[in-house]
Design a protein around this ligand. Structure first.
Ligand SMILES: Nc1ncnc2c1ncn2[C@@H]1O[C@H](COP(=O)(O)OP(=O)(O)O)[C@@H](O)[C@H]1O
Ligand SMILES: [Mg+2]
Length: 231
C-alpha cells in the first residue's frame, strides 16, 4: 500500500532523515520506534506532505511526494499529530466534525464508527475538548482522524504522557482500528507496546532505519531489548 525508498528530508539545510526505506502492506499495523529526536515525527510529516522530501513515496501505485498536503489527505492518508492538537474551545462533536470536512458525505457512518470505538466520546459529545483528560483528548484526536475516512492512518506517539490505563486503551483502539479495515503506521517511543501489536516494525536512530523485522522478531532482538526494554 505504501512504499518508501531512499527518502531524505530535513529542515532548511539540516538533514534529518537519511535514505529511509520501508513498506506497509494493506491491512497491517507497522510501527517505527526510536528515541526522542530520532526523526519519527519528521518521517510522518514527510509522508503527509507537510515538509518536502527527496526520494520516492508510492501510495497505492501513485507517487505522492511533492503533492500538496491536502491532496495527500484526499488520497486517504490522515495524520494524527504528536501532542493531539485538538481544539480546546470546541465541543467533542465539533472537533470530530473538523475531521470530516473532506468527507461530508459519509460523516454519519464515520461518526458511528468513532463512537463504537470510543463510547466515551459519544457520552461527552457536548463537552469542551479542552476539559477532557489527556487520554480522552488522544481518543478525540484519533477519532477526528478517523472522521476523514483514512485508508492509512499515521499516528504520532499516541501514548505520550498517558497513564498506563489510557495507554492500554489507546493501543487496544489501534488494534480495533485495523479490524475495521484501516492500515496503521504508528511512530512511538513506547517500544514494547508498539511492537506487541505490530505486524512489522522498524527501529529508527538519528534519521536512519537500523533494524527491521516482525514485531515479535524485534521484541526478541538483543539490541532492542538492551536499548529500549531495559533487559
Ligand atoms: N521544525 C524543526 N526545525 C529544525 N529542526 C527540527 C525541527 N523539528 C525537529 N527538528 C530536529 O529534527 C530531528 C528529528 O526530530 P523529530 O522528527 O521531531 O524526532 P522524534 O519525533 O523522533 O522525536 C531532531 O534533531 C530535531 O531537533
Ligand atoms: Mg516526535
Amino acid at each position: 500500500m505504501l512504499r518508501i525508498e531512499n527518502l531524505n528530508a530535513g529542515y532548511g539545510d539540516m538533514p534529518v532523515l537519511r535514505n529511509i526505506s520501508l513498506s506497509i502492506e494493506q491491512g497491517s499495523i507497522v510501527s517505527v520506534v526510536g528515541s526522542n529526536g530520532a526523526g519519527k515525527t519528521t518521517l510522518l510529516m514527510a509522508i503527509s506532505g507537510i515538509i518536502k522530501s527527496k526520494g520516492s513515496i508510492i501510495f497505492n501505485d501513485e507517487a505522492i511526494n511533492g503533492m500538496a498536503a491536502h491532496t495527500i489527505v484526499q488520497r486517504g492518508i490522515v495524520h494524527v499529530p504528536e501532542g493531539r492538537k485538538i481544539f480546546p474551545e470546541m465541543t467533542v462533536l465539533e472537533n470530530l466534525m473538523m475531521g470530516a470536512f473532506l468527507q461530508q458525505k459519509d460523516y454519519r457512518q464515520n461518526l458511528e464508527k468513532v463512537f463504537a470505538l470510543f463510547p466515551k466520546l459519544s457520552e461527552r459529545k457536548k463537552q469542551m475538548g479542552g476539559t477532557m483528560s489527556g487520554g480522552e483528548q488522544q481518543m478525540l484526536a484519533i477519532g477526528r482522524g478517523l472522521m476523514g475516512n483514512p485508508k492509512l492512518l499515521l499516528l504520532d506517539e499516541p501514548s505520550l504522557g498517558l497513564s498506563p490505563l489510557f495507554t492500554d486503551v489507546v493501543f487496544g483502539a489501534i488494534h480495533e482500528i485495523r479490524k475495521i479495515g484501516v492500515t496503521v503506521l504508528l511512530v512511538e517511543q513506547n517500544v514494547y507496546q508498539s511492537l506487541r501489536i505490530s505486524d512489522k516494525g522498524y527501529v529508527i536512530e538519528t534519521g536512519s532505519i537500523v533494524l527491521s523485522g516482525t514485531g515479535k522478531e524485534l521484541l526478541d532482538n538483543q539490541e532492542v531489548k538492551k536499548a529500549f526494554l531495559g533487559m
